[in-house]
Design a protein around this ligand. Structure first.
Ligand code: C5P
Ligand code: MG
Length: 192
């Protein structure tokens, strides 16, 4: 299997690149953000809880997110591996993911692909996306900046954990979408 952690701050292009990667390598994308939004739309208890954090640009508590992710990984799939998009976002989630992938899939994370984008470009991209995404957390610059703050406070250290394992690769996330995809494909081919 190929199991990719697609990493980077909000607005770095994880969702966009995941779409190309799933087709190229026949992978299943698990986006925890998308799962939360699905639950919010369907007004589930999980959705109500998640919304109270997401609307402030904060992270949902680890155990809630980890349990939701675990359920998704357990679902049968024909795919050749997974792309984890927007997860892990904390050190605890990183540890949990390692355990889940080992116990459920009898496998390990192949690579952590990190999309690097300057903060001010992120803010511009997210405000632009907010014009059409309908996402409350894209609509307000203060919330966007809080999401970036949360990223530095809690998520950036995830990179160090994958660096220690020799699995961390940075790719410039600014430029033509397909050019960025090509760079990602090259990195995946190396660990395939
Ligand atoms: O990944 P995405 O940017 O779609 O996530 C949207 C929001 O969902 C985050 O800003 C955060 O509030 C919440 N989230 C989280 N923990 C994750 C993924 C998403 O709290 N692992
Ligand atoms: Mg996303």
């Amino acid at each position: 299997m190929i199991n990719i952690v697609l990493f980077g701050p909000p607005g770095s292009g994880k969702g966009t690149q995941a779409q190309n990667l799933i087709h190229k390598f026949n992978l299943k994308q698990i986006s925890t953000g998308d799962l939360f939004r699905y639950n919010i739309k369907n007004e589930t208890e999980l959705g109500k809880l998640a919304k109270s954090y997401i609307d402030k640009g904060e992270l949902v508590p680890d155990q809630v997110t980890i349990d939701m992710l675990t359920e998704e990984v357990k679902k049968p799939t024909e795919a050749a591996g997974f792309i984890f998009d927007g997860f892990p976002r904390t050190a605890a989630q990183t540890e949990a993911l390692e355990k889940i992938v080992k116990e459920v899939l009898n496998d390990e994370i192949s690579i952590c692909l990190s999309l690097v984008v300057d903060d001010e470009i992120l803010v511009k991209r997210l405000l632009k996306r907010g014009e059409t995404s309908g996402r409350s957390d894209d609509a307000d610059e203060n919330i966007i900046r809080n999401r970036i703050k949360e990223y530095y406070a809690k998520t950036a250290e995830v990179a160090d954990l994958y660096k220690k394992q020799g699995k961390y690769v940075e790719v410039d996330g600014v430029g033509d979408i397909n050019d960025i995809s090509e760079k990602l494909y090259t990195e995946v081919e190396k660990v395939k």
